[in-house]
Ligand binder design. Structure first.
Ligand code: GCW
Length: 840
């Protein structure tokens, strides 16, 4: 305890660290050789004319809250320079001076950042041709040599490109890569890499224990518009540290826009007083390349807060001049205060929000009406396709396509339609939304949910990189008008616009930021923001590599730390799928909070009810969307339609999205559906148990506060995962009528007093030894060990089974109660939760 472990332990001074720097913490490099190399290569920072190109600022006397540690900058190059000062100073463990390049002499070891137009040193080092391929947002990072001096150049065509290159260079050190012989160039594949922010709805990162916020009069959202009490003095236009930490973090992964309010929009954000606050926020974020947008309510013109400038309900006609003029007036006001304002995000005729259908128009009419109003101002409309009007079809999954598919080609040039990755609602796994590939003449933005509404909220460790990687690399099998397969047809190709040569492209992440110390609630939720940004920049990136980068930047570099945490993250999403919605049984969530299980819940709307999605009956489980069922599969391109429509060819991970599966159907692995289903729940929980153990093994290598906070989360995570398993398996069993399998991958038989037992209660004759004499795991590849032997009868034994699932290691501690023969009757073998709820 006191000897060996100390060498790699984090210094005690860090033990109170709260995670508030996200992945931009920059602790000193602790490997002496690496540090010496970095120090030799990097001795000065040169950012010429950093103060010259001031970004627009609307707010006179824009200022930070008293006592802030971050500070406002006026140019993007100041942001780049300051990040180099902070980052290199931290990583190298000593200040790195900011220098000039007098008479064109670049100091040896300089890191030179700039554009060809702003920096003579960059102009001499990089040709226009070199920069031609990287566009407005791209960057080059190069090791150069001139006059016998070696130095590094970070160049872009724009100041923002330089800032992105700066972060990319810092990330090399943060991830312990070489900084010599560099010839890096990068440009984003998607032009608009935005966040949508829902303020307090589905917020799991607020500053109180539940993650909803509410302390100091703040509502828990990251940006304060209307805090009361102690927080009132800190409302915008005052700028808080966390806004700039978030801005730097967003810029570090290339995020370049944010819609700051919920899509269930409060029109108060369009009032003059709010616009002044928004302008101040825009001022503070602008140097980081982050532009603002707002969500709007289609019927905002009828809102009394705008009196006397209000319309009647009848005047909400999207073709009417009054409607268009009203929106044009609002947009002009916004643009006067925020010249680079992006435009509006619209949720219309969805979940009670008003929309064009209220007046008999369709989504195309509505989107084009507002789009026409803002087009002269260069603004964009993001019109969401998350609609599921029950009159359209009995099957909720078919509705969006039925409404939007026919509108392809009808949308104005400044309209994006914005579509969630799957046809339902941010489940841990969904098939791709059938609209991808089908809207050939429409700009289509992909909407992902970073905030973990259905993936464990602020309690469960669920790294979403693998989910998004699966979505972006999913093959739509899109065909051209002659039925020939397109060459570029992955969802990522469609989103980046190459499939049909779309001129513009956008990806949207529903963000998970709040006012918690660590800004995301769960420390590991930071990884989801990070991975989202990196995938938005380059959707072909591998989620495992992104996890490793984040781990190094956030937790450290000891091989145990990197290996263990990356492994935890990599399988964590599949574990959530396994214990919540295995084999494609979707949306089994409690309606009150979308966290816990409620498979038997039946609500006023059938399409909100778990029973509607699971269709459990004595024949089987799952929603039949095949050609003989709802016919949803026909919305996909032919290859997928055929694959999903046939229970023999559908991928098993999606089985119950498309089929009502008989309980005794034989699956590909040879087991019957029921047995496989129960095993999946087991494996999911077993992975969480493994994660808890794995985390514990890192205690000596991690700073104390964050270690303890994650440890506590994992304990709750494991209990809640077991709750999902027990609730769901118990509920399904009422329909299947089948016993729980005792041959699952984590099952074990034990021999006591010469008799083999698999159930929790082991009857032992009087006088016989209660000891376990033999353990036999059902899975021959699994390992079983007796952790505790009973001392007497009655007594308890604990047996640990360790195995490997398709997504990672799994562990289960079985507790056996040894009871006297003829004693109180034991639970019937295999009845839940006893045999499956016994994790110790
Ligand atoms: O998943 C659902 C959420 C709602 C959300 C809606 C949407 C903002 O439960 O909270 O509304 O999706 O995406 O519009």
């Amino acid at each position: 305890m006191f000897g060996a472990g100390i060498a790699h332990a984090t210094p005690a001074a860090d033990d109170g660290y709260d995670g508030s720097s996200l992945w931009l913490r920059y602790p000193a490099v602790d490997d002496p050789r690496l540090l010496a190399g970095y120090r030799a290569s990097i001795t000065a920072i040169v950012v010429e004319n950093a103060d010259r190109t001031k970004v627009h600022r609307h707010t006179a006397n824009l200022s930070m809250a008293p006592g802030s540690t971050e500070h406002l900058v006026e140019t993007t190059l100041q942001a780049a320079r300051d990040e180099l000062v902070r980052g290199l100073g931290g990583l190298l463990g000593r200040p790195v001076p900011v220098r000039d390049a007098p008479g064109g002499r670049i100091p040896a070891g300089a890191v030179v950042a700039g554009t060809r137009t702003g920096s003579p040193a960059v102009h001499r080092s990089v040709s226009a041709g070199d920069l031609a391929a990287i566009g407005d947002d791209g960057y080059l990072v190069r090791s150069c040599r001139a006059g016998g001096q070696a130095f590094t150049v970070i160049a872009g065509n724009t100041d923002l490109g330089v800032l992105y290159g700066t972060f990319a260079f810092l990330q090399r050190l943060q991830t312990r890569q070489a900084v010599t012989h560099l010839n890096v160039s990068s440009a984003p594949r998607i032009r608009r890499r935005y966040l949508n922010y829902w303020e307090t709805e589905r917020l799991y990162a607020g500053n109180n224990a539940s993650g909803t916020g509410g302390l100091n009069g703040e509502n828990g959202a990251i940006f304060d518009f209307a805090a009361t009490g102690a927080g009132a003095a800190l409302n915008l236009p005052v700028i808080l540290d966390r806004y700039l930490v978030a801005a730097r973090a967003m810029a570090s992964v290339g995020i370049n826009g944010i819609t700051i309010n919920n899509v269930n929009a409060n029109s108060g954000y369009l009032t003059p007083a709010a616009i002044e606050q928004e302008a101040a926020l825009a001022d503070a974020l602008r140097p980081y390349g982050i532009r603002l947008a707002l969500s709007i309510n289609y019927a905002a013109p009828t809102d009394a807060r705008f009196a006397p400038d209000t319309l009647t309900r009848e005047q909400l006609d999207p073709y009417g001049a009054q409607f268009r003029d009203w929106w044009n007036r609002r947009a002009r006001r916004l643009q006067a205060a925020i010249p680079d304002f992006i435009g509006f995000t619209v949720k219309a005729n969805s979940e009670g929000q008003p929309g064009p259908q209220d007046l008999g128009y369709d989504h195309g009419d509505g989107a084009n009406g507002i789009a026409a109003a803002v087009a002269p101002l260069g603004m964009r409309i993001f019109w969401r396709t998350f609609v599921y009007n029950a009159d359209v079809d009995r099957d909720r999954l078919k509705r969006a396509y039925l409404e939007f598919g026919p509108l392809d080609g009808k949308f104005a040039d400044n309209v994006f339609i914005q579509t969630k990755n799957g046809p339902l609602d941010y489940q841990a796994r969904e098939p791709v939304h059938p609209l991808f590939g089908r809207m050939e003449h429409t700009d289509q933005a992909l909407e992902l949910q970073i905030t973990q509404e259905y993936t464990g909220q602020n309690t469960m460790l669920c790294y979403l990189g693998p989910l998004w990687e699966e979505v972006l690399k999913a093959d739509t099998y899109a065909t051209d008008e002659h039925g020939r397969l397109l060459r570029k047809r992955l969802v990522g190709d469609i989103v980046e616009g190459t499939t049909r040569s779309r001129p513009d492209s956008a990806i949207i992440g529903v963000a998970n930021l709040g006012n918690a110390d660590n800004l995301t609630g769960h420390h590991f939720a930071q990884a989801n923001l990070f991975a989202y940004g990196r995938l938005a920049w380059d959707w072909t990136a591998g989620s495992r590599n992104l996890a490793e980068d984040w781990v190094r930047m956030t937790w450290g570099h000891h091989p145990d730390v990197v290996r263990t945490i990356v492994a935890m993250m990599t399988g964590s999403r599949e574990a959530v799928v396994s214990y919540q919605t295995p084999l494609g049984v979707a949306h089994q969530f409690r309606s009150s909070d979308h966290y816990g299980p409620a498979p038997g819940e039946r609500l006023s709307r059938e399409d909100w009810s778990p029973v509607y999605y699971n269709q459990a009956d004595s024949a089987g489980l799952g929603y039949d969307r095949s050609p003989t069922g709802s016919g949803f599969t026909a919305q996909y391109f032919p290859i997928l339609a055929a694959r999903y429509g046939d229970i023999d060819s559908v991928p098993e991970d999606l089985l119950m999205w498309f089929h009502h599966v008989p309980w005794d159907r034989r699956l590909r692995g040879g087991r019957i559906f029921w047995d496989e289903l129960v095993s999946r729940y087991e494996l999911g929980v077993g992975y969480v148990t493994w994660m808890r153990h794995a985390w514990d093994s890192l205690e000596a290598r991690l700073d104390a506060r964050r270690f303890a906070e994650v440890k506590a989360k994992l304990a709750a995570h494991e209990a809640d995962a077991a709750g999902w398993r027990d609730t769901c398996v118990g509920y399904w069993q009422q329909f299947s009528g089948l016993a729980l399998p005792d041959d699952g991958p984590l099952s074990v038989a034990v021999v006591v007093a010469g008799t083999s037992a698999t159930s929790r209660r082991i009857p032992v004759p009087a006088g016989a030894s209660p000891r376990i004499t033999k353990v036999v795991p059902a899975d021959p590849a699994a390992r079983a060990e007796v952790l505790a032997q009973p001392r007497s009868v009655p007594g308890q034994a604990v047996v640990r089974v360790t195995a490997t699932s398709s997504f990672g290691p799994v562990v289960k501690d079985h507790v056996f109660d040894v009871v006297p023969t003829g004693g109180e009757p034991g639970a019937p073998p295999g009845s839940p939760p006893a045999a499956h709820g016994t994790g110790a």
